[in-house]
Design a binder for this molecule. Structure first.
Ligand code: GLC
Length: 658
């Protein structure tokens, strides 16, 4: 049962696709208290046992209780535990305890979710403007609430099957030879692979929809050459369009008024990778169509997948910001020279170099910059900060809508860094710039079901870690989780240690681990299709299926995958296994490096399982089975004739294919 309540004059985000009549808030509203006089504030006193699920791409646990989360799409590459905002804004929470209900706050500006942070028993959701839609979804269970919510927001994007293959990426593959070398190394070493990603290095001076002709000559031929080797090249597209006379996309955008504007009507200028850029006004339907149409430049060259980046939108600095900081620093320096004493500044709260550094640090993603530009939404001027969380969504929508027109019969790969609920209909997401830290394997695992709750099914993290240097064991363990995530991509930052699978000793271990992914693709893709078509979750917390089992509810390092399986990857350094909790009898299987599958029935309860770096553990639920095929070097080469079922005797599996 869904109830929709309206406060003030909400912005139409188009997150929800089902039409509901707005209800009047009842006198005794059993789902909390609301005040919407100056700003909006929702409060609910949580029962000691209530679990709070949701919030999609957010920090910390699957149960969000005990911390503060702020929906405010942010490019912050340090996902440490204290961070409250990441790249996405997913304003959906579920209260699950004696009652089960979901709350979707359809509000595109900054919104705070205080989930027992200020007061341990209080859930407080607030924002500055009292203009929003609140949807309250009541159900029989947390999963029931999710299914109703997913129906409301529309069917999730379905990625092509090839996108379930493994992908290799690195910021810093500078030439076509670099790419060809990566492919050769994977193919020569028989480590399966389907995709190689092109980071900003492929562009001419970081200009969207251009190719550097010296470093990537004869690009369409190269794309074909790769296709012949069963490799899809997946280029990045950034939000900012470089300001450069003669660059057609810049000139068209200026001429047609398709860029975000300052209050005085001039085009807003922000610095990102290419230097000074303008942002396409993707909230303006005409501009969106225009920007989306540009993807055809690359699809005509044979490209069939994209990743959209920097679309929070990230701003390194703005012209205004630099001017302001310059003035402030000049003031400091003057004071410093006047007083000629550090003592004076210290007494006034800061020391000069520190104060200057702080000012400079604040240039990036400065909230003030987001108040300096506007969107043209059907003739109405809307200040960016009020709709900030919709930018990545609409950039990806631009691409998604255009790709549907460009190739109506073909599925294209599309995923984004920034997102809002609603974007799940157009593409997937990756979880941004993580680090080669063991704790980020677990963070990756915990985010997956929360994202599924919000409709994002094609998801994954940078395996091996984006920032910092990876290690062989970390990469193997992370891949052992990644083989289950729909997006399975090894990606790393420029300047970090090389982390392609063939860079490490005993490469056969990587061949085996990635190979297991391919053995499971028929099952994984089938469960993914079911989740998308039936508004279900591909990954679920254990508590969703075992709601009476407190131990299951509190288990946050295992996940149910599809309807038949449970994963429990090892995520700690130097561990030779891990403790696992089984809420019911299951079949424990391990994909062994010699290609065999170890099987053992384990009873309900706690077990310690041995898992070597080159073994993949998986649990099959009671009376279930899953299909397994022989490993293949790419998705097309999977031989369905080799399919056999593994699990409980007599069990039947429903295989869904494209
Ligand atoms: C951003 C992206 C990262 C990419 C880099 C360079 O940091 O999140 O994935 O490699 O930009 O384009």
């Amino acid at each position: 049962m869904v109830n929709k309540y309206v406060f003030g004059s909400p912005f139409e985000t188009e997150a929800v696709v089902t039409a509901y009549d707005a209800a009047k808030l009842p006198e005794c509203f059993e789902y909390g208290e609301i005040s919407a006089d100056s700003g909006f504030c929702y409060q609910y006193q949580m029962d000691a046992k209530d679990v709070i699920y949701g919030l999609g791409e957010a920090n910390r646990g699957i149960n969000k209780r005990g911390y503060l989360y702020v929906s405010d799409c942010t490019d912050d590459p340090n996902h440490t535990e204290e961070k409250t905002s990441l790249y996405g804004a997913h304003n959906f929470v579920i209260v699950s305890g004696k009652k089960h209900f979901g709350l979707f706050f359809d509000y595109p500006g900054k919104m705070t979710f205080d989930v027992g942070y200020t007061r341990q028993d209080m859930l407080t959701v607030s924002c500055e403007q009292e203009n929003l839609y609140l949807y309250v979804i009541s159900g029989d269970s947390a999963y029931d609430v999710v299914k109703q919510f997913r129906k409301m927001i529309g069917t999730s994007y379905v990625a092509p099957k090839y996108a379930f293959g493994f992908g290799q990426s690195r910021w810093g593959y500078k030439t076509k030879d670099d790419i060809a070398t990566v492919v050769k190394n994977y193919r020569d070493n028989h480590i399966p692979i389907d995709m190689v990603y092109l980071d900003i290095d492929y562009m001419q001076d970081f200009k969207d929809f251009t190719i550097n002709p010296e470093r990537f000559p004869d690009f369409p031929e190269f794309v074909q050459e790769m296709k012949d080797k069963k490799i899809h090249l997946i280029p990045i597209i950034d939000a900012g369009v470089k300001i450069e006379t003669g660059y057609d996309i810049y000139e068209e955008g200026v001429k047609n008024g398709y860029f975000c504007k300052r209050e005085d009507g001039s085009d807003f200028v922000a610095a990102v990778w290419p230097g000074w850029t303008h942002f396409p006004d993707v909230l303006n339907p005409d501009a969106r169509e225009w920007f989306g149409g540009k993807y055809e430049i690359l699809t005509q060259m044979g490209i069939d997948g994209f990743w959209n980046d920097m679309n929070e939108p990230c701003i390194f600095y703005s012209e205004e910001g630099v001017r302001e900081v310059n003035a402030e620093i000049a003031d400091y320096v003057e004071t410093f020279e006047d007083q000629n004493t550090t003592e004076h500044l210290r007494n006034n709260g800061s020391i000069l170099p520190w104060a200057v550094r702080e000012k400079l640090d604040k240039l990036q993603n400065n909230p003030k910059d987001y108040t300096r530009f506007y969107h043209n939404v059907n003739g109405q001027k809307v200040r960016h900060d009020l709709v900030h969380n919709l930018f990545g969504f609409n950039m990806t929508r631009a691409a998604g809508e255009a790709l549907k027109k460009i190739a109506p019969d073909r599925k294209m790969l599309l995923f984004s860094r920034s997102s809002y609920i609603g974007m799940h209909r157009y593409g997937g997401i990756w979880t941004g710039d993580n680090h080669s830290w063991w704790s980020h394997i677990l963070l990756n695992l915990k985010m997956m079901p929360s994202l599924n709750m919000c409709g994002f099914l094609y998801t994954g993290a940078d395996l091996g870690g984006f920032g910092s240097n990876t290690t062989r064991d970390l990469l193997l363990r992370w891949l052992s989780l990644g083989i289950f995530t729909p997006l399975m991509r090894n990606h790393t930052a420029i300047g970090t240690r090389e982390q392609e699978c063939y860079q490490f000793e005993h490469m056969e271990d990587f061949r085996h681990v990635v190979g297991v992914r391919y053995r499971l693709i028929p099952y994984l893709y089938s469960e993914y299709l079911k989740a998308a078509k039936r508004d279900e979750m591909y990954f679920r917390p254990l508590g969703f299926d075992y709601p009476e089992d407190t131990r299951a509810i509190e288990t946050e390092d295992q996940l149910l995958l599809g309807n038949e399986a449970m994963i429990a990857p090892v995520y700690t350094q130097n561990a030779s296994g891990r403790v696992v909790y089984l809420p019911e009898e299951m079949k424990f299987i391990k994909f062994m490096p010699d290609g065999s599958i170890f099987e053992e029935i384990l009873g309900r309860g706690t077990h310690y399982i041995d898992v070597a770096l080159n073994e993949i553990p998986l649990f099959i639920r009671k009376n279930c089975c899953i299909p397994v095929v022989d490993a293949a070097e790419n998705v097309e080469a999977i031989d369905m004739k080799t399919m056999k079922y593994i699990g409980f005797e007599g069990a039947v599996y429903e295989l869904l294919e494209e």
